[in-house]
Write a protein that binds this ligand. Structure first.
Ligand SMILES: Cc1cc2nc3c(=O)[nH]c(=O)nc-3n(C[C@H](O)[C@H](O)[C@H](O)COP(=O)(O)O)c2cc1C
Length: 148
């Protein structure tokens, strides 16, 4: 058993909308719950950023599946590191959808995504901080929108 954290950023297929995002989440939550995968997904309308936590033996095949998914491309790995404990243990796959209208100024969060895209690699603490920020800014509207 080797718990590993992995984070990546990718470009969403043009035109990908809420319906597809919900499909991704529904499937992810079913699968992840069964396989002990936790994490968080951020979608800003053009890019995905995802952090995943799982045992190595689960993470490797899952990443192959995710990489081959036609709903996104240009996947860039930001981090892959063994960890002692989970940082997103309560999320089968949490999600922040910045493309949806929310009563929240998301410009700062969007700026953060651009920063992350510009960076080649992320340190574990920076990656965790980045995704935790979206957890913290989660609004009831967001939760309702993405509770499937
Ligand atoms: C951005 C993105 C993130 C995804 N995250 C996960 C995930 O965390 N877990 C998962 O099982 N599938 C995830 N998927 C979906 C997989 O690529 C794949 O479609 C799914 O596992 C196939 O499930 P099925 O064979 O039951 O249809 C993700 C897809 C995308 C585009």
């Amino acid at each position: 058993m080797a718990l590993t954290t992995l984070a990546y950023i990718s470009e969403a297929r043009p035109g990908l909308g809420l319906r597809e995002l919900k499909q991704i989440l529904r499937r992810s939550r079913e699968h992840n719950h069964r396989r002990g995968v936790t994490g968080y997904l951020v979608f800003d309308g053009t890019h995905f950023a995802q952090i995943l936590e799982a045992d190595d033996s689960v993470l490797d095949p899952l990443m192959l599946t995710i990489e081959g998914d036609p709903r996104h491309h240009d996947l860039r790995l930001l981090l892959r590191e063994p960890v002692i404990e989970r940082n997103f243990g309560s999320w089968c796959m949490g999600c922040a959808n910045l493309a949806a209208p929310v009563h929240l100024d998301t410009s700062e969060l969007r700026g953060l995504i651009s920063d992350v895209i510009g960076q080649g690699r992320l340190a574990l603490t920076d990656a965790v901080d980045f995704f935790q920020l979206f957890v913290r800014f989660r609004t009831p509207e967001q939760a309702a929108l993405l509770s499937l």
